[in-house]
Write a protein that binds this ligand. Structure first.
Ligand code: NAD
Length: 366
């Protein structure tokens, strides 16, 4: 019998090769008069060219870095207020999109980004600026989630708020053609982690499950190809689709233990987000193995969870990602286990994992 659930997905999505060239028409359709562009260094020259061609693109913040800082959001907010912007367009990986989403929510509300980061103020979601999210990596799915991950110094916080939900997304696989191999592997494994964690989350639900299964199959069939040859258009397109589906898979159920562990691994040992999620992903496939996960494996053509775990380990090895604690500097295992166990996302894991269980897992990764 079909289970009961509540499903919603409010983001309008333009998907396909070359779709980004329709930006002008999309701005028309969205009735955008003045937009601030947000990106990192790799997209900055193209953003400047776009601004020359379209007067509605009124300002640019091109200082987004990996693990985006609150200060970048404050600078974007200042530009939005100065130019009376009605939209923010985040073009890049999760770092650029998360900066744009947070800035759009703050700009039309009183106070500073720090007020909201520290919880001193709360957003009136109805008054935020229009958010257009344009991914250039195939990983985070931030274009369809109400999550923004921001850092203040070394502290990294995930803030989940309806005010951050993009109004629309343009997912154009061509934009990811220039992603270097290592980032292709990191981000692709992030997409896989989203799909698997959305699927095994305690809050999983039927529509999200379907997208998760499709995303896992696409990543397993295309990530290695995209990593070997960034110019493989079919593999890039399939990975862009997989990342989008991965985002939709976890948007409602939320992620679980691999993401919970990724925060201490990023904060204390500076692993990029995807690499940090992948660090424990194969271990968690083994820990979370049950009949549902076996069914997912069979649906994507694998013999079972053991083959899935082995395939993840092979991809990490191939991409040169760190897979052992001995590859990290000055590991404090007690703190690592304590921080992972205390992360709120740990509660979503289907198998309860306390500090002792996490220690057992990490000891096998020495
Ligand atoms: P990123 O945005 O940090 O980008 C990684 C690097 O790749 C950067 O140096 C960037 O400039 C470069 N880059 C991006 N696109 C490129 C391209 N087309 N060509 C060449 N270089 C390119 O990495 P990411 O993995 O996409 O995002 C990670 C961030 O997103 C983390 O902060 C993570 O916590 C967050 N995140 C957010 C969500 C969400 O739902 N909001 C989900 C997962 C992760």
């Amino acid at each position: 019998m079909a289970e009961s659930f509540v499903y919603s997905q409010p983001v309008k999505i333009w998907f396909g090769e070359g779709k980004f060239s329709c930006l002008g028409q999309i701005l028309d359709e969205m009735k955008i008069r003045s937009a601030v562009l947000v990106c990192g260094k790799h997209f900055s020259p193209r953003a400047k060219a776009l601004m020359q061609a379209d007067p509605r693109l009124t300002a640019l913040f091109d200082g987004v870095e990996q693990n985006p800082q609150l200060s970048g959001i404050e600078q974007t907010v200042a530009l939005c207020r100065e130019h009376g912007a009605d939209a923010v367009i985040g073009i890049g990986g999760g770092s650029a999109m998360d900066t744009a989403k947070f800035a759009a929510a703050v700009s039309s509300n009183p106070g500073s980004a720090l007020d909201y980061y520290e919880g001193r103020r709360s957003f009136d979601a109805g008054s935020r600026l229009t958010i257009l999210a344009v991914p250039t990596t195939a990983g985070t799915g931030s274009e369809v989630t109400q999550v923004s991950v921001v850092s203040r110094g070394t502290e990294k916080k995930t803030i989940n708020n309806p005010a951050f939900m993009p109004t629309a997304a343009i997912v154009d696989p061509e934009l990811s053609a220039s992603v270097p191999p290592r980032t292709t592997m990191n981000t692709g494994l992030d997409a896989l982690a989203h799909a698997l964690e959305g699927y095994w989350s305690r809050n999983h639900q039927p529509i999200s499950d379907l997208m998760a299964i499709e995303a896992v199959g696409l990543v397993l069939a295309n990530l290695e190809r995209a990593w070997r040859d960034g110019g493989d258009r079919e593999a890039r397109a399939n990975m862009a689709y997989a990342a989008l589906l991965g985002g939709l898979s976890f948007a409602l159920p939320k992620t679980a233990a691999s993401h919970a562990c990724s925060y201490p691994l990023s904060e204390d040992y500076h692993l990029p987000h995807g690499e940090a999620c992948a660090f424990t992903l194969d271990s968690l496939v083994r820990i979370n193995a049950d009949e549902r996960l076996e069914a997912l494996c069979r649906a994507v053509g694998l013999t079972g969870t053991e083959e899935l775990a082995r395939r993840i380990a092979e991809l990490k090895e191939l991409g040169g990602l760190r897979t052992r604690l001995s590859q990290l500097e000055n590991v404090d295992l007690d703190k690592l286990c304590r921080d992972c166990a205390a992360h709120p996302l740990m509660k979503n894991n289907p198998v309860p994992l306390d500090e002792a269980a996490l220690r057992e897992m990490f000891l096998k990764l020495q």
